[in-house]
Design a protein around this ligand. Structure first.
Ligand SMILES: [Zn+2]
Length: 280
């Protein structure tokens, strides 16, 4: 279950509501050595000491990345890219046994973070934010965020026309022209836009570009409106209500539009489910 733009935004807004203005009393890391070995958590955990006594100034998200900014020049960067659970606690009773990071606040509330797959947890100074790959990728103002006003059809259309790469790498990953989409949203979007997952961006005609633009907007807005994907749990442990129209959930099923069996393709380092009849 990946945490993409809609889920990161939902979590950031909830964290902002609950934690803004609170002072960090202490923190605890556990079962983190494996995360360190594969670069998912700071090599030197002393960086987390610097969160202590900091007061939370604001929380923002861009793309898949959540930034918790403290007033002492520190930041907690959370990017549970391929899965994670971030929960708020008003009592120790709700604290799960398994977590990687627990932050306690001076009013005895707490936050737990657990990465269930690939992702990142960083404690970084303001000046070191650029050292974080995910921060650089998603907070880069030169790459459009598809929920911002500047993401217009005209701009998107131009970016597609300039790119003769496959749609997957134009929409997902480090060379994408937008932030916040992973393989999960990609499958849903190209199905709704009725585009084959291996199409090249520059070869789309105007109607196809418009369909793709509309599908991005629809998928993101619906996922935000329905409080995240159905496998996502928000800050309070509530499950999301959005089921993707296409994705691993459609494996071994038939297309709801035309009845053709769904197929699976390997595209750009991931599996993509699609309808061979509807998606051209
Ligand atoms: Zn179909």
């Amino acid at each position: 279950m990946s945490i993409e733009l809609p889920e990161a935004k939902i979590l950031a807004e909830q964290i902002n509501k609950e934690l803004r203005g609170k002072r960090v009393k202490s923190y605890r890391l556990q079962d983190y050595e494996r995360l360190q070995r594969i670069g998912m958590l700071d090599k030197d955990i002393k960086s987390f000491n610097q969160l202590v006594d900091g007061k939370i100034e604001f929380i923002t998200s861009r793309g898949n990345v959540i930034r918790v900014k403290l007033n002492n020049g520190m930041n907690l960067i959370l990017a549970p890219e391929y899965g994670g659970k971030i929960f708020y606690h008003t009592s120790e009773k709700t604290v799960p046994e398994k977590f990687h990071l627990k932050v306690d606040f001076s009013d005895n509330t707490g936050l737990t973070v657990r990465l269930t797959s690939m992702g990142l947890i960083h404690a970084l100074k303001d000046n070191d934010l650029e050292r974080s790959y995910v921060f650089r990728r998603d907070f880069n103002p030169e790459v459009l965020s598809p929920i911002d006003e500047e993401f217009t059809f005209e701009r998107f259309s131009k970016l597609l026309a300039e790119n003769n790469r496959m749609l997957k790498s134009v929409l997902v990953g480090k060379d994408a022209v937008v932030v916040g989409l992973s393989n999960s949203a990609f499958q849903d979007i190209v199905y709704r836009a009725r585009l084959h997952p291996k199409r090249k961006a520059s070869e789309l005609n105007k109607d196809e570009r418009q369909a793709l633009y509309d599908a991005i907007g629809l998928v993101l807005q619906e996922r935000i409106r329905l409080k995240g994907k159905d496998q996502f749990y928000d800050l309070y442990g509530n499950q999301g209500g959005y089921t993707p129209a296409m994705g691993p959930n459609m494996k071994q099923q038939t297309c709801p539009m035309c009845g053709t069996p769904i197929e699976k393709l390997s595209v750009g380092g991931g599996h993509v489910c699609f309808c061979p009849k509807c998606q051209k």
